[in-house]
Design a protein around this ligand. Structure first.
Ligand code: C2E
Ligand code: MG
Ligand code: MG
Length: 632
């Protein structure tokens, strides 16, 4: 009877015995419980014990039913044995209808694998408690945020170790407040788009998901966009107009992302974020390839092409976009952003108002450039540079009159590098000053050594290339004077080659330097003449004594069957004019005897090229001197 009184008696809600609080029989039938439970006090007789139990069970039931905290008692399979009215009210159902329901479905405990595993641990008795914030669906379709607690029930009238108590605390208000705060924290107030922080959070999550889930494409894509000339808008029209423009751009980007993002089955639009300033990003999760990204980037350019109407102001803007698309595995958020940043830079460099796709080869080239640029200076100190010399040959007698010093970098990683790979970099970062000084010193030592080794004959002069930055950023005149004094090389045996663009418009310091060098007795040659302004009239007023005709002129001297008379006529006129102005002429890139013969007939003074010799190590020049300098 006591059993029935507890478990079989219909309660105030009219529940049937099987669907109500667990029975005492069930509880006591638990072998585990009975072995572990302490023995009842010996002073207590059996009927008194039953009365106490019934009374306390009644108290428990009353508490359970009147509690404002939504609760349910579960069995070890996670099925609801009893639910209180507060829980019924929370989920919008009659509490009786919840009996036999799966608690995990009711409280969304199965959605997250980690929460689900922890929940199973509590059900199995391996863990005492689980707490998790979940979103519970109500019967009317609305949902409510709750903190779910699942805990093993202690020994007692509720059924002891066989039972688990589920309780739910409504935290919707707190959750909404936190969500609002998070939204503010993660969104840009001007455009209302996700900000950089949220973008990186989503990007990282997308990369993780793509690496673990098999359902997607396993790829990821990114368009990284920067408005062209936005600073001018801010500067000329003010920040208010600038902000409005950003907001209008954001709307168009969102339109593109929604339009192209929705096309796949079950897809939402792509994430659009403002990363700062006038930079935006469109993230394509589960991308299908570069075509998809290219299409998106083009749609963005098209969308931005229409002028913006901002409170009476009509504004046109364009954008540059760096596009990256790759497999997600092995890709990090920072790696992807770096690639996008580089590609955006290329898009700007290539002329703006365009999208550019990431190119691994171009990137490798850039990385090599960076690696070279940063190691140039230490490489000078480590002695990684060497000089080769190429004869400058008299076209009349075919004898070497001088040599041009040409620098090479014996790079420990990349092998021997030609100057075209690093001179421009050295000019950019200023290392050319140290490198140029080293070249000058080494070449002068070498020329002096040849002179001393062959005291009898006419000595060879050395021609050294000088970059414009050496004239501006160092005291070239003092360096030359010091090196000549130190090496003992007569100034007449030194020629300096500068390009025409370097001396064009020379005024002030460069002109004074040229004059001082010339006064010292050093010859100045204009290198690659014909590729720049070709302003002979101007050059004749500078202290220049040699013109080195660019190789392209000689290349124009085609073979006998395909003559190019124009090139020949130009060279003829140039040589005549140069001679009238007191300049001598050297032709570069003489590769055939035929070219040499025509140059000789035209009146060109010296030639340099593979016909005579490639640039060679100093000991081969030595051998040439020993052989009487005959180059042809
Ligand atoms: P550049 O001063 O006009 O030097 C001539 C270049 O033409 C050399 O290339 C030489 O190897 C190449 N050349 C010579 N004969 C022929 C030929 O018959 N056919 C063809 N196709 N090419 C020929 P290199 O050594 O690669 O030097 C390239 C450029 O690097 C030089 O052009 C010069 O502007 C620069 N450079 C070389 N050494 C130095 C240096 O020490 N300082 C500075 N500032 N620039 C240097
Ligand atoms: Mg040169
Ligand atoms: Mg040249």
């Amino acid at each position: 009877m006591r059993e029935r009184a507890v478990s079989g008696h219909p309660d105030s809600t009219g529940r049937t015995p099987g669907a109500t609080l667990p029975s005492v029989t069930e509880r006591e039938g638990s072998t585990n419980a009975s072995t572990s439970r302490p023995a009842p006090p010996s002073s207590c007789d059996a009927s008194a014990r039953c009365d106490d139990t019934a009374a306390s069970l009644g108290d428990y039931r009353a508490a359970f039913h009147t509690a404002s905290l939504p609760m349910a008692v579960l069995n070890r399979d996670g099925l609801v044995l009893a639910a209180n009215p507060a829980l019924g009210e929370l989920v919008g159902s009659d509490p009786d209808d919840l009996v036999a329901a799966t608690a995990a479905d009711l409280t969304d405990l199965g959605a997250d694998p980690r929460v689900w595993a922890a929940y199973r641990e509590v059900l199995c008795g391996r863990s005492d408690r689980l707490r998790s914030t979940r979103r519970v669906k109500r019967s009317d379709g609305s949902s409510v945020w709750v903190e779910v607690t699942v805990e093993a029930v202690a020994e007692g009238p509720l059924g002891g170790a066989e039972r688990v108590l589920l309780s739910l605390a409504d935290i919707s208000d707190r959750h909404d407040l936190l969500a609002r705060l998070r939204h503010l924290q993660m969104h840009d107030p001007v455009t209302r788009l996700p900000n950089r922080t949220l973008f990186f959070e989503r990007l990282t999550a997308a990369l993780e998901a793509a690496a673990f889930e098999r359902s997607g494409t396993g790829r990821i894509g990114l368009c990284y966009l920067d408005l062209d000339g936005f600073k001018a808008v801010n500067d000329t029209l003010g920040h208010r107009v600038g902000d409005r423009l950003l907001s209008a751009v954001a709307q168009r980007l969102t339109g593109c992302a929604e339009h192209t993002g929705e096309r796949g089955p079950g897809r939402a639009g792509h994430l659009v974020a403002r990363l700062g300033g006038d930079e935006f990003a469109l993230l394509v999760e589960d991308s299908t390839g570069t075509d998809q990204l290219a299409e998106l980037a083009q749609s963005v350019l098209d969308a931005l092409q229409r002028p913006f109407d901002l409170a009476g102001q009509r504004l046109s803007v364009s954008a540059s976009i760096g596009v990256v698309e790759r497999t997600a595995s092995g890709t990090t958020a920072t790696g992807l952003m770096q690639a996008a940043d580089t590609t955006l830079y290329w898009a700007k460099e290539d002329g703006k108002a365009r999208w550019t796709l990431f190119d691994p080869e171009r990137n490798a080239h850039r990385m090599t450039r960076q690696a070279l640029s940063s190691t140039l200076r230490p490489a000078v100190d480590r002695g990684e540079f060497t000089l080769e010399y190429q004869p400058l040959v008299g076209l009349g007698d075919g004898r070497a009159q001088g040599v041009e010093a040409l620098v090479r970098w014996r790079h420990p990683q990349f092998g021997v590098l030609s100057p075209n790979r690093f001179i421009a970099l050295a000019e950019e970062n200023g290392a050319i000053v140290e490198l140029g000084r080293w070249v000058l010193e080494r070449a002068c030592y070498q020329a002096r050594a040849w002179q001393l080794a062959h005291p009898g004959g006419e000595p060879l002069f050395v021609s050294v290339n000088v970059a414009v930055r050496q004239v501006w950023d160092s005291d070239l005149v003092a360096d030359v004077a010091g090196i000549l004094a130190e090496t003992g090389l007569p100034p007449q045996l030194l020629q300096l080659e500068l390009t025409e663009s370097a001396v064009m418009g020379s005024a002030g310091r460069p002109l004074q330097a040229l004059q001082a060098l010339s006064d010292m007795g050093v010859r100045i040659a204009i290198d690659d003449f014909g590729t720049g302004y070709s302003n002979l009239a101007y050059l004749s007023r500078l202290p220049v004594s040699v013109l080195k005709l660019d190789g392209s002129f000689v290349h124009g001297f085609r073979s006998q069957e395909h003559p190019n008379p124009a090139d020949e006529m130009i060279v003829e006129a140039l040589v005549a004019l140069a001679h009238r102005l007191g300049l001598t002429v050297t032709a570069e890139c003489v590769e055939s005897a035929e070219q040499a013969e025509r140059l000789r007939r035209i009146g060109c003074d010296t030639g340099q090229g593979w016909l005579y010799s490639r640039p060679v190590a100093p000991d081969l020049v030595e051998a040439l001197l020993d052989a009487g300098r005959a180059c042809s």
